[in-house]
Design a protein around this ligand. Structure first.
Ligand code: PLP
Length: 352
């Protein structure tokens, strides 16, 4: 801290992202990136003369991206908000919807950014323990005491909640927004999009980082009632109107329109997830049933951190969390067949 730092800054705990090593090349299964390249349509945008247009500011309304999103999901553009990655969408939602007098609620084991945003905006929060089996007890979210954040599928467990369970939470929280973070939803069938017309307090947050292979392009969006979206737009126009750069707007539109490539690659990930889960269980691991592009696994009698380090020594990066409840688990991104096979092979050799 410098002599200039504010109290707010001093009191903040910054988010610690998964390692992005720049020194040597690893089999990278630690930050849930897509192992396949983005659609060819994306490459066509990047390699085009559009680069020349970078001298101009981007469209602050992100019109063509919103239109592409509404073509795929049957909404109006007034129901769509675009952000610089879903992290930015989430941050703006904290600013727009979490009131000082309320308590933000989310599970104790979930996306690590929720408590960071709460502290960034000086908000009280309540981390509600997941059940023993790591599932969410929706009964814990019915008090209407503040904005609710639920990742569905949850991270890092990969477990999903049904639409009926989400609906119970929406009904019980009429005075607060319920944010469903669907970063991994394309890898399962658990979307709550069907509830948007019905509940004005539902905000769904999505990203191009995982299922569209565009983590580096920083594109996220939210879907919800037009009034919620208008609030997010107001927050954005008070912060960073040109939040998406010109190329990312074009890239996102091109990627989401290429349904064929999307379906093909996402279903490959689901296949690979099944095989990876089976293979890990074969090696004696406990593996939660994942609806995401990662699996959450542990082996009895094996220290999670030691195993993470062993894999790293062998050129394979996975994610380890030091939180007591999950310290023996590893979160492993589903990679290509070859990457997953290399992981299984390394585990097989090192667990003897
Ligand atoms: C990866 C992830 C995000 C952030 O995605 P970006 O769009 O890359 O900012 C948000 N929520 C969850 C649960 C995630 O896993």
């Amino acid at each position: 801290m410098s002599i200039f730092s504010t109290e707010t800054l001093k009191n903040m705990d910054a988010y610690v992202p998964g390692e992005q090593p720049q020194d040597k090349s690893y089999i990278k299964l630690n930050t849930n990136e897509f192992p396949f390249p983005p659609s060819e349509k994306v490459k066509a945008v990047v390699n085009s003369e559009k680069a020349e247009d970078l001298r101009l500011y981007s469209d602050p309304t992100c019109r063509i991206l919103k239109e592409a999103i509404t073509e795929v999901y049957d909404f109006k553009t007034e129901n769509v908000f675009c952000g610089n990655g879903s992290d930015e969408v989430l941050a703006l939602s904290f600013l727009a919807f979490c009131k000082k007098e309320d308590t933000v609620v989310f599970p104790d084991i979930s996306y690590g950014f929720y408590p960071v945003f709460a502290s960034f905006f000086g908000l009280k929060y309540n981390e509600i323990p997941l059940k023993e089996d790591f599932s969410i007890d929706t009964g814990d979210y019915l008090s209407d005491c503040g904005t609710v954040y639920i990742a569905n599928p949850n991270a890092p467990t990969g477990l999903t909640l049904s639409e009926q369970e989400i609906e119970k939470i929406l009904i019980a929280n009429p005075n607060h927004v319920v944010v469903i973070d669907e970063a991994y939803c394309d890898f399962s069938d658990c979307s709550s999009m069907g509830l948007i017309g019905k509940y004005k307090n539902l905000l769904i947050v999505r990203t191009f980082s995982k299922s569209y292979a565009l983590a580096g392009a920083r594109i996220g969006f939210a879907l919800g009632d037009r009034e919620l979206i208008a609030d997010l737009e107001k927050a954005k126009f008070s912060f960073n109107p040109y939040n998406l750069n010109r190329l990312s707007i074009e890239i996102g539109a091109a990627a989401i329109k290429d349904r064929e490539y999307f379906e093909k690659t996402v279903s490959l990930i689901k296949e690979n997830r099944k095989k990876l889960t089976d293979d890990l269980r074969q090696l004696g691991f406990t593996v939660l049933n994942s609806g995401a592009n990662f699996v959450f696994a542990k082996k009895d009698g094996v220290d999670g951190e030691q195993l993470y380090l062993k894999l790293k020594e062998n050129g394979i990066l996975v994610r380890h969390f030091s939180k007591e409840r999950i310290k023996d688990y590893l979160r492993i991104t589903v990679g290509t067949k070859e990457q997953n096979a290399a992981l299984i092979d390394t585990l097989g050799r090192n667990l003897k």
